[in-house]
Structures are given as structure tokens and as C-alpha cells.
Design a protein around this ligand. Sequence first.
Ligand code: NDP
Length: 284
Amino acid sequence: MSENIAVLGLGLMGTALAETLLAAGHRVTVWNRSAAKADPLTAKGATGAATAAEAVASASLVIVCVLDYQAAREILDGADLAGRTVLNLTNGRPAEARDTGRLVAERGGDYLDGGIMAVPQMIGGPGALILYSGSPAAFDRYEDALKPLAEPRYLGEDPGLAPLYDLAMLTGMYGQIAGFLEAAALIASEKRPVREFTETLLVPWLHAMASAQPRLAEEVESGDYATEVSNLEVNRVGVANLVIAFEEQGVRPDLLLPMKELIDRRVARGHGAEGLSGLIEELR
Ligand code: NDP
């Protein structure tokens, strides 16, 4: 079914969203603070709006994708939200999503929050995922319209859930990039080919290691950190050795040190027999 959709914010991501919705046959009205960014979209059939409020008035589904929540809220100021659904795809925090959800509800609108797990070039293609949370009725109503953007995953009524899961996934990614950077620096310290190491050894190894994470997650949920794999005392010695090796190779172990500190602290508290999942107790 073709919908009237407004897209507010035409940066790299907003433009990709608007283009994909247009290509899927929706009637799309676009607005951006710097008006010129709307031109390529109006050339493709979108309707340009002079103000954000005018774009909102044209649509039943209002998608906002700007720099931050403060900008998103400023844009919605003064717009008539009654009877419309606002979908905020701006990256933010759970508390911001909950506040924005309350504000939209006070003004008679339905609120959905979203976390885009893709870069703009992936929107509308395979592998793109968008996490949604907020009004279940709004998600039911617009799920089909939103499907062309990315695989949708609805997490629940609390609007804070999409940003919570989004931030958790980004956290996993940063941890992985940190490991990659330290490993690459170690390989490069001997002028060995980093790309070959990454493709043939590191990535397959990380895949194998990642497959153990559901088991760690079970231990986190149960609070039973007993291990038959490798305990924290063994890891303490291993990571201490790693840090010395980094120093010998002339590489800074900065991204590894917080992990070492966590393991040392847990072992010092008498939990050396636990597995790595026990470290979560030091983070809570
Ligand atoms: P861009 O920098 O390309 O665009 C930023 C957009 O925000 C522009 O439309 C800009 O308007 C607008 N903006 C900034 N400040 C204000 C303001 N005070 N009032 C009105 N509009 C404002 O960023 P992206 O499009 O890449 O990102 C947009 C959102 O999408 C961010 O929250 C980002 O975290 C999220 N996201 C982006 C991903 C990516 O890979 N790019 C991936 C996942 C999420 P103007 O053109 O006038 O400057």
C-alpha cells in the first residue's frame, strides 16, 4: 500500500531512506535545514516542503533522521503531530527516546524509535537491519511500508529498546575493531602482511570465537560462571604475557589494558577459577 511519508533530514542517511521509499512507490515529502539537499530527491519525484511543519502536515508517517535528538525535537517543534506516527531514526540514547516518545504522545502522535544497523549505501539492499521500538499499533500499521528500507526487527513497546540494542551492537563492534587494531599493529611490527593475516587467520578465528558467545550469554543470565574452557587465572597470565610482548614489539597495548585491568581485579577478588563471563560482575 502506498503511504504519505515525510522524511525530515536529508543527510547521507535521510537521503538514502527517502530514495528507497520513493523507489518503493510511496508518496514522499522531503525537508532539510539546508534546502539544496532536497533537489536531487524532488528531481526523482519527491515533493519538497518549505518547512518541517509543512512536510509533517503532508504525511501520516513522519521519519526524522538528523544529527541528534536535540535537532530532531527542534524540527518537530510547532508541527501538528496529532494522529500521525513519528519514526525517529536519529541515533541516540534510551532516555532520549523515552523523552521524545512522551513528547510526541502529549501532542497526540504515535511514536516509534529506530536504530539503523547499516550504512547509507546498504539501505534497501541485503544485510541492512533496522531495530524498532515504541507503539505496537504504529509498527503493525507501517511495517510493510518500512520493509523496503531494511529487515525490520521490532523489540517492544518501550521506545528506549531500539537505541539500547543499537548501542549494545555498536559496543560489540567497537570491541571487535579494538581487537583488530591491536592485532594488526602486532603483525605490522614485524612488517608482515596485515591483509593476508586478517583474511586467512584473524577473521576465521574471530568467527569461531564468536560462536562461543551464546554460551557466555547463558552464563551471564544464570550467574553461574564456572568454566571448563579457560579460567580467569589462566587468562590473567596470558594477557600479562600479551602486554609484555606488545612492549617488546614496540606496540602500545592501550586497547588491551582495560581488559587486563578487569581480569586482574576479578582474580584479586578471589574469582580466578571463574570463566571470562564472570568479568561482567566487575562492570555492573
Ligand atoms: P549527515 O551528517 O550526513 O546529516 C546530518 C543531517 O542532520 C543533515 O540533514 C543536517 O542538516 C541535519 N541537522 C544537523 N543539525 C541540525 C539541526 N540543528 N537542525 C536541523 N537539522 C540538522 O549524517 P547522517 O545522515 O549520516 O546521519 C543522520 C543520523 O543517522 C545520525 O543520527 C546518525 O548517527 C544516524 N546513522 C547514520 C549512519 C551512517 O552510516 N551514516 C548509520 C546509522 C545511523 P544540514 O544538511 O542542514 O546540515
